[in-house]
Design a binder for this molecule. Sequence first.
Ligand SMILES: [Zn+2]
Ligand SMILES: [Zn+2]
Length: 146
Amino acid sequence: MKAGAAAAGAAAAGSDQPMEGSPGALTGGCLCGGVRYRLEGPLRGVINCFCGQCRRTSGHHVAATRAPLSGFSLLADETLAWYESSAEAKRGFCGRCGGNLFWRHQERDTISVMAGTLDAPTGLATIENIFIDDMSDYHALPALTG
Ligand SMILES: [Zn+2]
Ligand SMILES: [Zn+2]
């Protein structure tokens, strides 16, 4: 599922081109459906981030996978908004339902995607907790599954 070989020519696929079901592809979106996306791997395991920015934007902690930008396409972006959370990075969210979806560093050719917005089953496992010194006092460390 997630480990399918990414077709080298797939980067040219426009967002209107239905490619659901091709090997290695996952889809996801926000609660209201205003933002829908498609990811083609390889996808990194899920990392939980407890940094202050992730806490403030997610309301808890962020759990995100990461995909190559070349394998990322938007199927719907009607309500997608971006917030520049630092000089180097921005966060994508839904301006209607408030769902947190993306984190992108402007100099990297990858995009982090909030794992809870992926349509299940994802085939992913949680591999790491980071910035745990920044966690709030009510937090408990989530178990790692991969
Ligand atoms: Zn939404
Ligand atoms: Zn963070």
